[in-house]
Design a protein around this ligand. Structure first.
Ligand code: DGI
Ligand code: FE
Ligand code: FE
Length: 195
């Protein structure tokens, strides 16, 4: 029986050999940010760290490769996903975490699977990973980052709502196709919070 610490050390080495250096740094940043949020919200630290570490394990493939791999392994993609292929690494990443890296925990696999789009009724780890991916220390894209870094430690649902709203704005400006799941997640948190 290997310990969680041993499992994490082994997976880090494997990831480091596969991901480009900045993507690996991002993964480490997300894993520690997941830990910080798990401390705040009373969630299992090891599971949070593992989800953060592995969330982008499928990021090294091109869109076409990802679509082909999903087809090969019987992972059904929605029309929305095929039109917004940037989201597919989350679905295939959950498959890889299970079948290539031996992760069996259903909550970790769920969090990896929805880390790009979010979804309605996310559980605590789903939200921790989604938010950590956005606020980790190396990220510097979004203009609302410092507010999100503050809000993340106040309220997970409010933070989900604001990040989803910002992502939809960003996709609108960029002219990117919006995956239905991103919209459903936004509508869900908007309604939940009575906005
Ligand atoms: O993998 P990361 O870069 O760390 O972050 P991520 O998994 O959140 O993926 C980021 C990209 O995904 C970002 O450019 C926004 C995009 N994204 C999120 N939801 C949607 C989306 N892209 C499209 N086209 N449609 C979406 O609904
Ligand atoms: Fe990602
Ligand atoms: Fe990421």
């Amino acid at each position: 029986m290997i310990t969680m610490n041993e499992q994490i050390a082994t997976l880090r080495k494997q990831l480091k050999s596969k991901l480009d250096p900045m993507r690996y740094e991002h993964s480490i940043g997300v894993s520690y940010t997941c830990i910080a949020l798990a401390m705040r919200y009373g969630y299992d630290l090891g599971k949070a760290e593992l989800a953060g570490l592995m969330h982008d394990c499928a990021k090294r493939f091109t869109d076409n490769e990802l679509v082909a791999k999903c087809e090969k392994h019987g992972i059904a993609l929605t029309g929305g996903e095929l039109k917004a292929p940037a989201v597919i690494h989350a679905r295939y990443g959950a498959w890889m975490a299970e079948h290539k890296y031996g992760i069996q925990d259903a909550e970790i696999l769920s969090a990896i699977s929805c880390h790009t789009t979010g979804k309605p009724e996310m559980n605590t780890l789903d939200k921790i990973l989604y938010i950590a991916d956005y606020i980790e220390p190396r990220r510097d894209k979004a203009s609302n980052l410092s507010r999100m870094r503050y809000l993340a430690f106040q309220d997970l649902d409010e933070t989900m709502y604001e990040i989803l709203a910002g992502t939809l704005d960003y996709l609108k400006q960029k002219g990117g196709s919006v995956d239905t799941m991103t919209l459903r997640a936004y509508d869900y948190y908007k309604d939940l919070l009575g906005k």
